[in-house]
Design a protein around this ligand. Sequence first.
Ligand code: FAD
Ligand code: NAI
Length: 497
Amino acid sequence: KGFLQTLGRVTLVTIIAATGTFYYVTQKDRHPGTQLPFDPEKKTLVILGSGWAATSLLKGLDTTHYNTIVVSPKNFFLFTPLLPSVAVGTLNARSILQPTRYITRFKNRQVSVIEAEAKVVDPINKTVTFSDDSEIQGKVSSTTIPYDYLVYAVGAETQTFGIPGVKKHACFMKELHDAERMQRQFMDCVESAAFPGQSDQEIDRLLHMVVVGGGPTGVELSGELHDFLEDDLKSWYPELASRIRITLVEALPSVLPMFSKKLIDYTESTFKESKIDILTKTMVKEVKDKSVVLQMPDKSIAEVPCGMVVWAAGNTGRQVTRDLMAKLPEEQTNKRGITVDDHLMMKGSNGSIFAVGDCTASSYAPTAQVASQQGAYLARIFALVAKKDNLEAQLVKLEGTTEPEKQAEADRIRKQIDKIKLKPFHYSHQGSLAYIGSEKAVADLPIFGHEWASGGVATYLFWRSAYLSTLFSLRNRTLVASDWLRVKLFGRDVSRD
Ligand code: FAD
Ligand code: NAI
């Protein structure tokens, strides 16, 4: 009895302490203190974008040394790896967003966050022109500002290859509004199929979902759609659920080409069990209102009726990036994106523009892992650059002096400057992970120099814990964990707004 009483008290104290700590941390995160104002003596650092690379930079940046300005059409960071979960209602959209001000308001010196889209970057005069293209605008909605340093982190957009009908009829899976649009369209197809008097042929068309692109986005989305179908739609639309079909179309001979052969086979067999059809060596040639036109492996053309097409066929550079590159034609010749040196400096920009993430053309895959490591690297680089700039400013003041003491001081500063060495960027690959539905995931992990391939339910639990810990804030972690619990207890919502 005594043991149970002690255990009870320890448990109670632990719960109170944990709740208190949690409350303290969350409240601390809600009340930023005062910040240093902008200092005209400091250099201006403009960051374009609020995605993986920019946010990772902002987290690590010591803003004491710079007047920092962030310009992005989104005033938030989007945790893209969990976007397919939003598309089927496993997660609420807000759970994977982090407002940029939740980060910048905790910095030493104030950071200006501007919701606007960069339109023109002038690398010669070192200016950036941006405008507010949102629905509501004030009297001023476009301006040009100068920069000393520019971090170019605007990401990429979805590649359509100019294929007819893609932009008009397909849903994308890149931005938050893409996932929300897909969710609405998917439920619209299901509700329209349930409309009285619908012919069998029309029901089959409406309930046929085509996902284009067998990269990780297309595979994860197909897996999430399958879960929605199995876990929820079977209960609420019993007469229709068995007729819903998911087809994944991939131009290459296999899905997930970046994963090991074993995991490709595992994914393909899991999809087979889940009744997700995979069409490999098949290329989408056109997307129509009610169908997709496919070029089959034997080069024949087939028109397949469908209710919804989700386009996940990879990335391409943004127009603003192409325009910027065109201003440095000699150095910027790579069609895939911006060419940078070992320190992520844009070639031809005379050390004033750093480019990171999906907008660059490098030997790395366009992933969040690469972008966030590049952002963190730049935060370290900017600390060194500030130190160097500061020493150089001191040196300028001493230039031309004939006093021996001051000359000695200048020599000492020169030596300090020489010691500042900017190490080149080095990417450390932490492995590849993808969710494939049915509570299974695949992972290629580098362990002690060896690639370790794993797939199944245990890998799925690892996938969940890896992403939960990678989320940027305690707030996001709490929201995502509670969404997972909500879905476990009550299922996904099938209402359509
Ligand atoms: P982004 O994160 O796309 O950020 C670009 C930012 O620039 C955005 O804030 C945007 O609003 C802003 N912007 C756009 N235009 C302008 C402009 N003109 N001016 C100013 N700002 C602008 N990678 C992984 O490693 N693991 C994963 O599990 C994973 N899952 C993914 C799932 C999905 C559905 C998607 C779409 C991608 C996934 N990725 C994943 C890839 C990863 O999201 C990208 O590689 C990563 O977002 C690149 O970071 P970035 O900062 O370069 O670009
Ligand atoms: P992707 O470029 O990896 O895959 C797109 C696929 O679409 C390609 O395999 C291509 O062959 C196919 N395709 C292109 N045009 C086609 C057509 N007309 N018809 C049929 N198939 C066509 O793009 P994805 O999946 O959006 O990924 C983009 C980047 O984000 C990649 O670097 C990826 O590694 C990363 N990512 C990583 C994730 C993870 O690690 N879990 C999840 C999602 C994305």
